[in-house]
Design a binder for this molecule. Sequence first.
Ligand SMILES: Cc1cc2nc3c(=O)[nH]c(=O)nc-3n(C[C@H](O)[C@H](O)[C@H](O)COP(=O)(O)OP(=O)(O)OC[C@H]3O[C@@H](n4cnc5c(N)ncnc54)[C@H](O)[C@@H]3O)c2cc1C
Length: 644
Amino acid sequence: MQFHLNGFQPGDPEAVFEKKDFSVSQKDRALPQTVDVLIIGCGPAGLTLAAQLSKFSDIKTVIVDQKPDRLILGQADGVACRTMEMFEAFGFSEKVLKEGYWVNETAFWKPDDKDPNKIIRNSKIQDTEDGLSEFPHMVLNQARVHDFYLDLMKKSPTNLEPHYSRKLLSVKINNSENQNEKHPVTAFFEHSDNNKIKETVSARYIIGCDGARSVVRKSLKLSFKGDSANQGWGVMDVLAITNFPDVRLKAIIHSANQGNLLIIPREGGYLIRLYIELEKLNANERIAHKNVTSDHLIAAAKRILHPYTIEIKEIVWWSLYEIGQRLCDKFDNVPVDNEDTHIPNGFIVGDACHTHSPQAGQGMNVSMRDSFNLGWKLASVIQNKCSPNILRTYSSERRTVAKELIDFDRKFAKMFSAKPKTANSNQKDNVDPKEFQKYFEKHSGFTAGTAIQYYPSIISSNSKHQHLALGLKVGMRFHSAPVIRVADVKPMELGHTIKADGRWRFFIFANSDKPENPISATNALIDFLRDNKNSPIVKFTKPYEDIDSIFDVRVIFQQSHREINLEKINPFLLPLKGKLGLRDYEKIFCIGRKNGEDIFKMREISKETGCLVVVRPDQHVANILPLKAFNEISEFFDKFMTKR
Ligand SMILES: Cc1cc2nc3c(=O)[nH]c(=O)nc-3n(C[C@H](O)[C@H](O)[C@H](O)COP(=O)(O)OP(=O)(O)OC[C@H]3O[C@@H](n4cnc5c(N)ncnc54)[C@H](O)[C@@H]3O)c2cc1C
C-alpha cells in the first residue's frame, strides 16, 4: 500500500477524500462523578486498557487525557511480533499488516577500513527468525495504532470515548482500615485550557497510563529509579531523496567519527524515520537546552551517511531526547510489607513505570502489553469472576518483564552509541560491529516479545506436566500453529481463536483414540467438564449464561477432517448458544495435513497421551495437564475463581 507521495497526510490513508477533522473535542462532556475504572492517559497503554474494558457493558470505565484531541503524528512506531498477536485478539492485526511496513531484513553498516570517512555495508540479516510468530515485525505510526483502538472503543457495547483536555492534578486513595469502601479513589482535575474549571471523580481503581512524568505515580508515592546515559539523540520523520541503497530496510549505521544513525522505513513506501546520534552531554546537561534544530539533525545525518547523500523534501515530525533507563520498585500502591494483606487499587502502566531508549522499539509495545496483562484481571475482579488477589500479580509479572527490558536496553543503548572498532580505532570503549550484531540477534526473541515468561503464581502453574507439550511453555504466550476447523474445513491459526474478551481457553489436544470413542480420555475429560460438580465450567458459569462465556473449550483431533463425523462427536463440542439456541460449529479442529503442518509435531505435544492446555485471557499458557487430571484442573481454578 503506497501513500504520502504528495506530502504527508495524517489519518486513514484509505480515506483520501474524507475531510480529516481532528479538532472535534470531547471536552464539553462532563466527567462522571463515580466510575469503576479511571484511566489517566490516552497513549498506547491507556488505550489498550480502555479498549479491553470497553467490551464489558457492566463496567463503567472513563479515560481522560490532558491533550485536546487524539495523537496525529510522531512518537513510537515499532510493532513487535507479539504485539501483532495481541492486535489479532483485538481484531485489527490485518489493518496493521495492510497499512504498515514489514521489517523483514536489517542491514548493518560500519566505517570502511580502507577509508574510515566512508561507510560500507557490513552485513544483512533476517530481522526475526523463522517460526518465532505467525506475524512479522511491523512499523506503523503510533497515532494509527491509537486510531484503531479509538475506533474499536467507539464501536464497543459501551461506546467509550476519551474525555480530552482534562489534566489530572492529584489523586487521593483512602486505604485506611475500611477496605470495603466502594470508591476509595478520588482524582482531582482541571480543564487544560481553563484552570478555573475543576472536576472530581471517585473510582474503585485508578490506572496511571500518564507517561514518564506520571502524576499518578507521584500521588501513589512510587519512586522512579534510574539514570541518564548523558547521550542526546534526535528523531525525525521525513520524505527524502537519497542514493543510500538500504533506505527501504531497517539500517543500523555506525560511522567512524560522525556518530551513529538508525533508519526505519515507514508505512506508505516513501516516509522514513531517522534516529540521529548527537554529542555526548555533560552530567546535568539537558539536550532541550542545547538549541539543537532540525537543520542540525539533517546536517548530522548527511555527515554520517557519507559518501551517500540525502536531500530532505519534507519534515513531518521531529523531536530530541536523552537516553536513560528508569524503573519503579512496584507498579501498584501496595507497599511490599503489606502485600499479603492489602489489595491494590492504584496501578501504573507503561512509561509511567519504566522508560528506556527508543531505538530498540520497545516503549509502545511493552506499555500495551502491560495493559493487556492488567485489563482482564481488573474486569474479572469487578465482575466477581475472580478473587481480588489476582490483582497482585500485575506488578510482580510486569515488573519482572520491565526489569529484563531495562537490563537489555542498558547494554543495547551503550553499544548503539559507542564508536565502532576499526583497524584504525580500537579504544577500550569501542564496539566491534560484529559483537553488536550478535547481541541484536541473540535478543531477537526478547525484542519480538515472544520470549516473555511469567513465573508460577496463583494464575500460572509450575512446569510439572511441561513434558506433555514441550513447544508450549507454561508462563509464555500460547504459540499459535495452523489447524483445520473441521465443520467448514477452514485452514486457520489456532491462536486466533483467543480474543481479548476476558475468557479462559481450554485447548484439548486429543490422544490418538477415535473422536467418537465414548470411553476415550478425551471424551472422559469433556464429560467431566460438562457434568461434574467439581468442573470449573459447572462451578463458575451461571445457569443462564452461554456455556462458553467463562471457559471456551476447543478440541484438536489427530485424525483428518474427513475421518471426523460430527454426528458422532460429543455434543458438548457443538454447544447451543445465544437467545435462539443456535449451534456453535467452531470448537472442533484437526491437524492441517495439506502442507504437512502438524500442530502436535510443531508444538511437541505427545500424540500418545494428548493433553489439556489452559490459556489465560491474555494468551499466556497458565497450565498444561494430563487429560485425566480432573482434580488438578479443579484445584487450579479454585485458588482464584469465585462462585458468583
Ligand atoms: C514526545 C515523545 C516522543 C517519543 N518518541 C519515540 C520514538 O521516537 N520512538 C519510540 O519508540 N518511542 C518514542 N516515544 C516513547 C513512546 O511513545 C512511549 O514509550 C509510549 O507512548 C508509552 O506509552 P504510554 O501510554 O505509557 O505513555 P504516553 O504515550 O506518554 O502517554 C501518556 C499520555 O498521558 C497523558 N498525560 C500525562 N500526564 C497527564 C495528566 N496529568 N493528566 C491527563 N493526562 C496526562 C499524556 O498527554 C499522554 O497522552 C516518545 C514519547 C514521547 C512523549
